[in-house]
Design a protein. Structure first.
Lengths: 525, 169
């Protein structure tokens, strides 16, 4: 099906005579893989853009003969462009047509040494001072322990864009923020209260996840994936396991898939509940904060009772899940979900009654549909700005291909719209939970994960509560992980924050930031 | 506005202890007694994420939800290390946060205490020590108490705070 949808793009490519290989429907199925000569990388990218394909991810892997590079695009199905770049060669940058490629290209350079031609922003991104400009941690010869014995100095000389003129001031914020929040640096250029420009500087929580994964067994990889971004532990765990299972061709029992979806929807609901409360709190509406955190706590306690962990960490494993629900638990969860639906619906009505809240959230932090499309924003950030994409709906995976649910979409693109999307997704997810629990298939909850007979690779795609998660895994013949690249949706939404904050006032930054709620850890890797 | 009040009244008081959670109430009561005695009723915590996956932060946040409401025990989270008695650190200390953590600690007035919270803060957890992570918090600043868990639950966090009080008593 993916191939059919991608046909116009493939036709345009062959019309341009770019010498591409035949589309491969098996290696990274259900994605279609296309071998592209490095010299044709820019042309293929331009054609992809003109055919309306969305840019999703790019990662590089150092090899003995240079770099193996993959770029994922989406147009109703996933397409993986693949190329090999010789050591003395530079790959044409995709940033000129897809701005979303900018930071991933800089990340790839910082970790692998791959050079990009015509990269508009030559600055380092993930690298601060923990390793040198001529060192590349993902190269096999770079020791996992690093080469630095002395304490790492702070990254003080990053060249931020500066505004000049009368009355312009610069406000540095972070990495340690005022609240209980992840670290990152924000550099504002402002005139009075008005933000002229915001530049994000991330990478503070870079934990070397891609390097750490090398040599792990599949079970350990699933645990690591569950800690890429703790609030998305279920979704990242699922994406990694899906990639592993697709790599070895392991069919997961239906009951396990249903239980994974139950956990994923519960994760979505819990995070959205927390976010709605926090967004309201950031404009001083504490009533909503206390009410929504109350519901979130209740929900987490139910997670603990049913799955033995409040955030459901490590419950998804390669081959299935570790926890089953008995009839009494299913019954209790269905009652709880129905009860919560009523409570949330009522609370949302109360919140919408508040005119002062409306006044603070509407038109604040607006990301136009055109900007969202240009950046390829996903999740609630994209959906609040006219982009309906949802992996569960548009590139469905089991069990979502069996269920009915709506994907809410607005075009206003403001904080209010991003909040409303969350509220509507909660109600859709609660509806889905009811459907999933009613139809839970009988049978096993896991199958043993086999050691592959030869090296293999897989691509997982899951819709987490923040949006699309893509995870690439390559397993060696010894059953150990050779490459792990998890693409958190935050890579595609952090840049949106820089745009939507412009012309807003500095004191509205917290609420704008919360409305996007990018993951620092998921991004910094 | 009237509807808001109705909701507040009908939601009622959910603050612990509900029947199954008597131990939270007991933990809290003892914590409050110790905070009263040792800190004149108020202890200030500055939290620093030095590289965590954010799961630890979610659970620390939960301490302020109406179920736990730690402020009633005299425990509150502050924005500045200069106002803090306790530094609550999470994460395997990424090398990119090493200096920021050190400076936050140095900005605190004495006496000060450091809690390493969660598996990563104790010894690096699944991230260990690498080119990107220093490992446990103790590698960067002196640690007074560790709280196990991945992530530590609000209950474990409360028990940890109490253990810190008791270790001083």
């Amino acid at each position: 099906m993916a191939l059919e949808r991608l046909q116009p793009f493939l036709d345009a490519c062959s019309g341009a005579g770019l010498g591409l290989g035949p589309p491969d429907e098996t290696t990274l199925a259900p994605a279609v893989t296309l071998e592209v000569p490095a010299a044709a990388w820019a042309d293929v990218t331009t054609i992809a853009r003109s055919q309306g394909l969305r840019w999703c991810a790019m990662w590089a892997t150092p090899t003995e003969t240079g770099h193996d590079v993959c770029c994922v695009l989406e147009g109703g199905g996933y397409l993986v462009l693949r190329t090999r770049v010789a050591p003395d060669e530079a790959l044409p940058s995709q940033t000129f047509v897809y701005p979303a490629a900018d930071r991933p290209e800089r990340h790839a350079h910082d970790l692998t040494g791959l050079r990009f031609a015509n990269q508009p922003d030559g600055r380092r991104w993930t690298r601060h001072q923990a390793w040198g400009a001529d060192e590349f941690p993902l190269r096999p010869e770079f020791p996992a322990a690093g080469r630095r014995a002395d304490p790492t100095p702070p990254d003080t000389d990053y060249p931020f864009a500066r505004a000049r003129g009368r009355g312009v001031l610069e406000i540095p914020v972070g990495p340690v923020h005022a609240g209980i929040i992840e670290p990152g640096h924000f550099r504002f250029q402002a005139v009075g209260e008005t933000v002229l420009n915001l530049e994000e500087r991330l990478g503070y929580v870079h934990k070397g996840i891609e390097k750490r994964a090398v040599g792990l067994d599949p079970a350990a990889l699933a645990r690591l994936a569950g800690r890429v971004s703790g609030d998305s532990t279920v979704a990242h765990g699922w994406a990694a396991c899906q990639a592993l299972e697709r790599a070895v061709g392991l069919e997961v029992p239906p009951r396990a898939l249903w239980l994974r979806a139950v956990m994923a929807e519960r994760e979505r609901v819990a995070n959205h509940l927390g976010d709605i409360g926090a967004i309201c709190n950031d404009v001083g509406f504490a009533f909503a904060q206390y009410q929504f955190t109350r519901l979130r706590e209740r929900f987490l306690r139910a997670n603990d009772a049913a799955f033995g962990h409040r955030l459901m960490m490590d419950r998804i494993v390669p081959g299935g899940v570790t926890v089953d629900l008995d009839a009494a638990q299913i019954d209790a969860m269905m009652r709880d979900v129905a009860d919560l639906s009523t409570e949330v619906a009522e609370l949302v009505m109360r919140v919408e009654d508040s005119e002062s809240l409306e006044d603070r959230l509407m038109t604040t932090g607006r990301l136009t549909p055109e900007q969202a499309e240009m950046l390829g924003a996903v999740g609630y950030v994209g959906r609040a700005s006219g982009l309906a994409f949802d992996v569960r709906r548009h590139v469905p995976y089991a069990p979502y291909d069996r269920f009915e649910f709506a994907v809410p979409v607005y075009r206003a693109g403001d904080v209010a719209a991003r909040t409303r999307i969350r509220a509507e997704e909660i109600s859709e997810s609660l509806g889905l939970l009811g459907q999933l629990l009613r139809a839970l298939p009988e049978g096993d909850i896991a199958r043993p994960f086999p050691v592959p007979s030869s090296p293999c690779e897989g691509l997982g795609a899951v819709d987490g509560w923040r949006g699309e998660i893509l995870t690439y895994v390559r397993i060696g013949a010894d059953g150990r992980i050779e490459r792990f690249y998890p693409r958190d949706p935050s890579w595609l939404t952090w840049p949106a924050l820089e745009l939507l904050i412009q012309e807003n006032i500095v004191p509205d930054f917290p609420v704008c930031n919360k409305s996007v709620n990018g993951s620092y850890s998921g991004h910094d890797l | 506005m009237f509807k808001l009040f109705v909701k507040m009244i009908t939601a009622g008081v959910v603050t612990e202890p509900p029947p199954e959670d008597a131990d939270i109430a007991a933990l809290g009561a003892e914590l409050k007694r110790q905070v009263d005695e040792q800190f004149h009723g108020s202890i200030a915590i500055r939290q620093v994420d030095a590289g965590s996956c954010n799961a630890c932060e979610l659970e620390i946040h939960a301490l302020n939800n109406p179920y736990y409401g730690v402020e009633r025990y005299g425990v509150h989270f502050v924005a500045s290390p200069r106002h803090a008695d306790v530094l609550l650190v999470t994460g395997p200390v990424s090398r990119h946060m090493e200096e920021a953590l050190k400076r936050t600690y140095e900005a605190m007035p004495e006496p000060r205490w450091v809690i390493a919270s969660g598996a990563c803060a104790i010894d690096g957890g699944p991230f260990g020590e690498s080119y990107a992570t220093v490992g446990g918090v103790y590698r960067v600043i002196p640690v007074d108490l560790s709280i196990p868990g991945c992530p530590p639950s609000p209950r474990q966090l409360l028990a940890g705070l109490l253990a810190l009080m008791q270790s001083r008593a």
